[in-house]
Each structure stands twice: as structure tokens, then as C-alpha cells.
Design a protein around this ligand. Structure first.
Ligand code: NAP
Length: 298
């Protein structure tokens, strides 16, 4: 079978049935792509995969599992992809399943070099979603965007990846190889660090005496996020948007006394907010300049 659009029914091998591997395996199976094989490193992983994919063969090595399916998913940690790809490449003279995908956001097809060298079509197939491996993941992959990278000119691999994502009900964003780090940084900034910021804001609210910070901040945070996603800078409110330089100066100074790291974050975000608003024509340049100089930066 070539790397052209994987027809419904093409089989899947999961190498590393952890959180993402289990989620993708279960979703692909529901979409008509049976999980034919898996390779799990630990007994716990083997038991987990065997329970969910009873018809699948447990390969003793990644190469043994990979040889049995049409689509190989390397669902191992980012730093292990190249090593596992090399084990597969060493174990088979020519990779029989032409599509070998990993699920990492950070990497393009670079770490799949060893399998590409023995005939596979490498694909980076990253779901922009948080996956726990539990039943709740099933409904989340439909509507998820996948950051996809293939080798330049490998239109067959791109078409195959598009087919798999379509079967999952997802959407494809093609990311050039050299943009993968920036692509992933955008998700870390918007996803992981949003959680960090929400947690820090809750702690600060508790310090100020708010009894149920998550309950108090929740509606504000959710509305801000929804508005920002829908309207960008135009939905921003608060002291930077209003040009309330005195308020920003007071908060920045007080935070510097309380927590220097948080004060740095506040200052950087205030400047970023002023810059964004100014670029969008929503803040006069002199007010933006006053805001920039009002924040305390180490
Ligand atoms: N979880 C998410 O929300 C999410 C979302 C999008 C993309 N991803 C991507 O999906 C990939 C897997 O992440 P995850 O969250 O699913 O990690 P995980 O839950 O830790 O699962 C990793 C799996 O890989 C296995 N493994 C680790 N090292 C291995 C090796 N050297 N050889 C063979 N198997 C090995 C682990 O086996 P053991 O069980 O024996 O440790 C485990 O089954 C990563 O590239 C990640 O960036 C994850």
C-alpha cells in the first residue's frame, strides 16, 4: 500500500500506548482503522493496551509491532522518537507500512529520519489537544486541529495524513519543518502558560482575601478567553486598555514588593498589551509610552 489517502480500514500500530497513543488508537478504531498491533515498554502499558485493543497483537519490539500495520503511530515522548524510529528501521529491511507518524508538537519530520531512510513516508501529526488516555478524549479529537508536517514534495504523505485527520473529524494545519518550534511555542504560550497565569492569579486573589478564587475568577477568565478568541485586541478591557497609568504604576510597584517574578510577568504583559493595542490603533502612542514607563522592570 502506498502513502496515498489511507482508506477506511487501513490498520494502525501504536508504539507507546500512553495518554496520546491510547486516545488516538481508540479514536482511529472508532473511525474504522483497527488497531492491529502495539508495542508497550512496560507490563502496565501492555495490560492497558491489551484491555482496550483485545484483537491487537502485542509486538515484543517496536519493529515487530510496526511490521503488522499500515499506519505506525510513534506515541512515545518527544525525546524518544528518533531512538524508537531507529529501532524500527534496524528491525526491518524496508518499512512495510509507508506512513510513520509521531504525535509531537515540537518536532517536524527530523526525528523520523531513520524510518524515512528505509522507505517510510514520515509525518508529524500533532493534535492540538490535551489527552489523558481516558474515555473523555474520544469526543475531544473531533474538531481538533492537527499540526501536520511532511517531507517537502511528499504530497502522498500529506494526502494520507489529511485522510486520517478527516476520518477523526479533525482539521489540518500544514506547518513547515522550520516553523515547528514556533508553532509549538504558540501552544505552550496559549495553553500551558494560560494555566500558569490563571493559577498565579488565583493565588494572588487568595492573598487579597478572596475566599473561593477559582469560583470568583472563573467567570471573568472564561469570558476574557472567549472574547479574546473571537475579537482579539478589540475585546481587551482593563487599566492598560483605558490608559489608566496610575493604576498600572500602583499595581506594578505593589507586586514588586510582594513577588519579584510576578512583578516581571505583570510588567512584560502590560508592555505586550500596550504594544498590541497601539498596533491595532486602539491606544494613542503617548499613552502607550506612559504605560511602558509606568511598570517596574528588573
Ligand atoms: N498527552 C497529550 O496531551 C498529548 C497531546 C498532543 C501530543 N502529545 C504527544 O504524544 C506523545 C506521547 O505523549 P503522552 O502524553 O502520550 O506520553 P505518555 O503518556 O508518557 O506515554 C508515552 C508512552 O511511550 C512509552 N515509551 C516511553 N519511552 C519509550 C521507549 N524508549 N520505547 C518505547 N516506548 C516508550 C511509554 O511507555 P511506559 O508506559 O512504559 O512508560 C508510554 O506508553 C508525545 O510526543 C507528546 O508530545 C501528547
Amino acid at each position: 500500500m502506498g502513502a496515498e489517502r489511507q482508506p477506511a480500514g487501513s490498520s494502525v500500530s501504536i508504539i507507546g500506548p500512553g495518554r496520546a497513543g491510547m486516545a488516538l488508537g481508540r479514536a482511529l478504531e472508532s473511525a474504522g482503522h483497527p488497531v492491529r498491533s502495539f508495542h508497550a515498554r512496560s507490563p502496565a502499558g501492555r495490560d492497558r493496551a491489551a484491555a482496550f485493543f483485545p484483537a491487537a497483537v502485542a509486538g515484543a519490539t517496536p519493529a515487530e509491532a510496526a511490521a503488522l500495520a499500515d499506519v505506525i503511530l510513534l506515541a512515545v515522548p518527544d525525546d524518544r522518537i528518533e531512538e524508537v524510529a531507529a529501532r524500527i528501521a534496524r528491525g526491518v529491511a524496508r518499512v512495510p507500512a509507508p506512513l510513520v507518524a509521531h504525535l509531537s508538537g515540537r518536532h517536524g519530520i527530523g526525528p523520523l529520519g531513520p524510518v524515512a531512510a528505509v522507505g517510510a513516508h514520515p509525518v508529524a501529526l500533532h493534535p492540538i489537544m490535551t489527552l489523558t488516555g481516558g474515555p473523555g478524549d474520544a469526543g475531544r479529537l473531533a474538531g481538533t486541529t492537527f499540526g501536520v508536517t511532511t517531507a517537502p514534495g511528499d504530497s502522498a504523505a500529506e494526502e494520507a495524513a489529511r485522510g486520517l485527520v478527516a476520518d477523526l473529524g479533525g482539521r489540518v494545519a500544514i506547518i513547515p519543518e522550520e516553523m515547528r518550534v514556533i508553532y509549538h511555542a504558540s501552544l505552550v504560550l496559549g495553553g500551558n502558560f494560560l494555566a500558569t497565569l490563571a493559577t498565579a492569579a488565583g493565588r494572588l486573589a487568595a492573598t487579597a482575601g478572596v475566599p473561593d478564587p477559582a469560583g470568583a475568577l472563573g467567570p471573568l477568565l472564561r469570558a476574557s478567553l472567549e472574547n479574546a478568541l473571537a475579537h482579539g485586541e478589540h475585546a481587551m478591557t482593563g487599566p492598560v486598555r483605558r490608559g489608566d497609568v496610575g493604576t498600572v504604576r500602583a499595581q506594578s510597584a505593589e507586586l514588586s514588593r510582594l513577588d519579584a517574578d510576578l512583578a516581571d510577568v505583570y510588567a512584560t504583559l502590560a508592555v505586550l498589551t500596550a504594544d498590541s493595542l497601539q498596533s491595532a490603533g486602539l491606544l494613542a502612542p503617548d499613552v502607550a509610552a506612559a504605560l511602558r514607563s509606568a511598570v517596574a522592570r528588573r
